[in-house]
Design a protein around this ligand. Structure first.
Ligand code: SF4
Ligand code: SF4
Length: 495
């Protein structure tokens, strides 16, 4: 069925009505399932529904489709004002048709023994990074999972993927602690594996970041190799978000991936742990591009994280929750003693336990929320088999989540847009801390930041609230400011 809708826009105010008009046409069509394709040719690229100029428009349209046709969850907003644009729209359409899937997550064939293994999450209390204590706790942690030998066979190439977000010393709790990395390297070597360690930091060269984080020294002392994450290779995830991603060749060439996340709050996703840590497989500046493509749609971004992690499938996930981070994580929060190590063969199962460990609810953690919404396994705590001390003994009270960054009162798109400042949180620069280094400007996905004179300026209309700038600022000069309605909502919810 083809529906044609003609809209002439002459003033910016009229743009806000487009979403509602398009949705009305879909509603009237009576279509409840199938592939929905929307072509919006237009003549004035600068001010019309160009998602590069206005990412909210694309997000609103896609969310509108989702409400109207809930059984189908693969919507693309396409547009074109020239032959080239229309050609690329047609190309996207062909891909969308090929990728058409049902709403529910379709798991790969998983055997009963895989399931039993993935259901297992092991915990151990560990309150210091003293070398021998870490080694002993790691042995006890892996014992219920069959020990390291269950994951690594002699001669295999094993890549350890710590969190190397930025070049900060270990006590800042931004990166996985080097003593955790050391203990894992030693166990892998004992099992006969050939170890390399690598990650793609948000900012700075991997080698420099590893040096500042104390991990380069451990690599040298143990005789492991450093994986530079220099080259990337295109992969075609089988999910619903991106049809093509570029990830580090070092990751793809490993026989075994061991994921070593740090347990931290995350301004955009709620929490960063095993699933989110695999985003480091995407090399350098390709990360902001993915943020830009996801726009303001956090659910879409979280789904992409899940699909990436499922594609790369780390064999083992070991979480550094000895000292974690609370508040404005993952780069500028405060270190907090949690006193635990977690491990499991399935990243989402490990995250389910980690979420509970710090007293957060699944709906506060976007990857958990999306896992549940798409029917993925290992998202429900009561269905997992836990080993080690009782979770209740390790749980911490008063863990401070990152500030809420948006609120959804169920408002229609045309009202959300003018209320954006009030409904969302935004990054605000602390002028006395800002060194005008431009690091944030270079990495802002929609190029919403600039330095003019001796001031950093943020264009909040363009800003997609990804908080990459805050994550990467080496001087902690960006803080989160909530809009008025968001503040009110947070107050009422007691968060
Ligand atoms: S906010 Fe931070 S990253 Fe941005 S220019 Fe200032 S110091 Fe640099
Ligand atoms: S200003 Fe910061 S939060 Fe806004 S889009 Fe740029 S990097 Fe993301």
């Amino acid at each position: 069925m083809i529906k044609e809708l003609s809209i002439h826009t002459e003033q910016q105010a009229q743009l806000l009505e487009i979403t509602a008009m398009v949705q009305t046409v879909v509603q009237q069509s009576g279509v409840k399932e199938g592939l929905a394709m929307l072509f919006v040719p237009h003549t004035t690229a600068a001010v019309t529904i160009n998602e590069n100029a206005d990412p909210d428009v694309a997000t609103d349209l896609v969310q509108g489709w989702h409400k109207l046709i809930p059984l189908q969850d693969n919507y693309l907003h396409m547009e074109g004002n020239s032959a080239a644009h229309i050609k690329s729209s047609a190309n996207s359409t062909a891909r969308a048709a090929g990728a058409c899937r049902s709403k529910s997550f379709k798991a790969d064939k998983v055997t009963n023994s895989d399931k039993a293994q993935h259901n297992r999450v092991s915990l151990q209390r560990l309150e210091s990074y003293q070398t021998d204590r870490v080694a002993a706790a790691l042995t006890a942690l892996l014992e219920p999972l069959g020990g390291m030998a269950n994951f690594v066979k002699p001669g295999q190439k094993v890549l350890l993927k710590p969190n190397l977000l930025a070049g900060k010393p270990p006590e800042k709790a931004v990166t996985t602690h080097p003593e955790i990395v050391r203990a894992v390297i030693e166990q892998v070597q004992t099992a006969g594996g050939i170890v390399s360690v690598g990650d793609s930091p948000g900012i700075g060269s991997p080698a420099q970041v590893a040096r500042k984080a104390g991990i380069a020294e451990v690599i040298e002392e143990t005789g492991a190799q450093f994986a530079r994450f220099a080259d990337s290779v295109k992969i075609a995830p089988s999910g619903r978000t991106f049809h093509e991603l570029e990830v580090a060749r070092d990751i793809l060439e490993a026989d075994v991936i061991i994921n070593l996340p740090k347990l931290k709050t995350h301004q955009m996703m709620g929490l960063t742990c095993a699933v989110k840590n695999m985003f480091g497989a995407v090399v350098g500046l390709r990360k902001p591009r993915l943020h830009l493509q996801a726009g303001t749609d956090k659910g879409f971004f979280a789904l992409m994280l899940l699909e990436l992690c499922e594609q790369l499938r780390p064999s083992l996930n070991i979480v550094d929750g000895v000292i974690g981070m609370e508040g404005e994580g993952p780069g500028s929060g405060d270190p907090v003693p949690i006193g635990a190590l977690l491990a499991g063969s399935h990243a989402q199962a490990v995250d389910t336990v980690a979420t509970e460990l710090v007293g957060m609810k699944p709906e506060q953690v976007w990857t958990q929320q999306q896992g549940l919404a798409t029917g993925r396994p290992y998202c429900v705590l009561s269905e997992l088999d836990l080993f080690g001390p009782a979770l209740g003994q390790l749980q911490i009270g008063n863990f401070r989540p990152a500030k809420s960054t948006d609120v959804n009162f169920g408002l229609p798109g045309f009202l959300k847009k003018p209320l954006k400042q009030s409904l969302t949180a935004r990054p605000v620069v602390e002028r006395n801390l800002c060194k005008l280094c431009s690091d944030c400007v270079k990495h802002c996905p929609p190029e919403a930041m600039q330095i003019a004179g001796n001031r950093l300026q943020i264009d909040y209309e363009r800003c997609i609230r990804c908080f990459c700038c805050q994550e990467l600022c080496p001087h902690g000069a960006l803080v989160t400011k909530q809009g008025l309605l968001l503040q009110l909502s947070s107050f009422l919810r007691g968060s």
